[in-house]
Write a protein that binds this ligand. Structure first.
Ligand code: URP
Ligand code: ZN
Ligand code: ZN
Length: 488
């Protein structure tokens, strides 16, 4: 047996199920062995005192994407994935975003080109379907599935992106045929438009009014409707960025009834509240995202939903816009809340913030941190066991954490292109000091050591085979449950 390329010795290894001290032997970019006393290696790194987690998997981030407003977001694949790497995320699933009238094939090719040129970490795409016309679903989708795309996103709100219930059912049926996961932005579009008009008519235009313009009940209705449509077709869905206690409760009930529904929340809904928007002038625009930040009681409910398994993933929903005329202020220096691009940066700090909250401060603990930020997203989106765990045969994507290092997040630009972070001034304990992608060290002590283009596309197969709860059968007969629903 040839020697290991690298042995990482004596670290405390954390997986979604276990925490233990061992050596990791790496050969040809993969983990070859996890055992005591591995020796025969070209290089040995002493990791005693450090915690080793799998590289983070961020299953929801917007990169170099044409947004609902028609604006490009601030990041390129290079800037976004550099920031991901620095924060310990080694796999991202951004979007290939179709808008109305566009060819899905051309859209996916375009995003492939951009990612191939710029990505520093590995990636797959969720295909956004804003125009699921018959030729897109029947002619364009099947070859894209065959070339390794296994998930879709649809929007139930946003003027340029939303689809109606009938279109949604078409998408669900197509997804069922190919075994794709359908991710849903579930908010009631009519309620958002109506509330927006009411608020504007009364002169409530400041950033803080973005919060009531996306009413809580609109999220509840959107999630409920998404689950109902998915149930009609017997198609699994993932509810993206759950922000309210009531929204999580809808998913909890539906899962209890055996519905094939999964849910994620995001760092910002766990660690920030709508009070952030109550700043003088336009400053609160930095914290405008959709769904909006909510209340402290929602944070508690979301943590609980993560603990009991109602929600399975924590993503960043990284959607960066600068506080200038290319981004948040594109419609003028004093825009109303309706004119401000939705979204905030979060790719880089997702893991350090959550390590601090979950490991250093002890909320849910180290294994649950790994599960929610790496293992479960990898499983749900068909990337496991290549990604999301530390085991023989997995890619050697590893993060070495110094659990005692405290870092105060500066109020200065980070590696991404947003120009600000919503978390400036916070002190976190625990920091990713070395990051490995397929056995190559891509970050050491804050220094990026990989070039744009180092990231690889991760083809996935449809079929839901990897979904962790065991509820879905990969060989599901398409005629069976679907027929039953049509009869009922
Ligand atoms: O405000 C956000 N999250 N913008 C990104 C688009 C989306 O809905 O995920
Ligand atoms: Zn969304
Ligand atoms: Zn998003």
């Amino acid at each position: 047996m040839k020697p290991f390329d690298l042995v990482i010795r004596g670290g405390t290894i954390a997986t979604a199920t276990d925490v233990f001290v061992a050596d990791i032997g790496i050969r040809d970019g993969q983990i070859a062995s996890v055992a005591a006393d591995l020796n025969d290696a070209r290089e040995i790194i002493d990791a005693r005192g450090l915690i080793i987690t799998p590289g983070g998997v961020d299953p929801h981030c917007h990169i170099e994407q044409l947004a609902a407003t028609g604006l490009m977001n601030a990041d390129t694949f290079e800037t976004a994935t550099a920031s991901a790497a620095l924060g310990g995320t080694t796999t991202v699933i951004p979007f290939a975003a179709q808008h109305v009238g566009m060819s899905l094939r051309a859209v996916v090719e375009d995003y492939h080109r951009r990612a191939e040129r710029g990505a520093i970490v590995d990636y797959a795409f969720h295909m956004i379907l804003a125009d699921p016309r018959p030729e897109v679903l029947k002619d364009e989708l099947p070859p894209l599935v065959r070339s390794g795309h296994a998930s879709l996103k649809v929007f139930l709100t946003y003027d340029r992106l939303k689809i109606d219930d009938e279109q949604f059912l078409d998408v669900l049926e197509a997804a069922r045929t190919h075994g794709l996961m359908v991710c849903v932005h579930a908010e009631n579009h009519g309620m958002i438009r109506w509330m927006g008009k009411q608020l504007m008519a009364r002169g409530y235009t400041a950033p803080r009014y973005h919060v009531p313009s996306h009413p809580r009940i609109g999220e509840v209705e959107g999630i409920h409707r998404a689950i109902a449509c998915a149930a009609l077709i017997d198609q699994p869905i993932m509810v993206f960025h759950v922000s309210t206690a009531e929204g999580a409760a809808v998913i909890h009930r539906a899962r209890g009834e055996g519905r094939k529904v999964w849910g994620e929340t995001c760092t910002q809904y766990l660690l920030l509240t709508c009070a952030e928007l109550d700043r003088p002038g336009i400053e609160g625009a930095k914290w405008i995202c959709s769904p909006p930040l909510r209340e402290p009681s929602d944070q508690e409910a979301l943590w609980w939903a993560l603990e009991v398994g109602t929600l399975q993933c924590i993503s960043s929903d990284h959607a960066p816009y600068r506080m200038d005329d290319t981004g948040k202020l594109a419609r003028g220096p004093k825009p109303s809340f309706k004119e401000i691009a939705n979204g905030m940066p979060g790719l880089e700090l997702r893991l350090p913030l959550l390590f601090d909250a979950m490991v250093s401060k002890g909320r849910l603990g180290l294994s649950k941190f790994v599960e929610l930020t790496a293992t479960a997203p990898a499983k749900i989106y068909g990337l496991h066991p290549k990604k999301g765990t530390i085991a023989p045969g997995s890619d050697a994507d590893l993060v070495l954490w110094d659990p005692s290092r405290s870092v105060t997040i500066p109020d200065a630009p980070r590696r991404d292109n947003a120009g600000y972070t919503p978390y400036a001034g916070r002190t976190v304990r625990g920091w990713p000091v070395r990051v490995f992608l397929r056995g190559h060290e891509i970050v050491r002590e804050g220094e990026l050591r990989a070039a744009p283009g180092a990231g690889r596309f991760l083809p996935r197969r449809g079929g839901w085979a990897a979904v962790p709860t065991g509820r879905l059968e990969p060989e599901l007969d398409p005629a069976r449950n679907f027929g039953a629903n049509l009869r009922s």
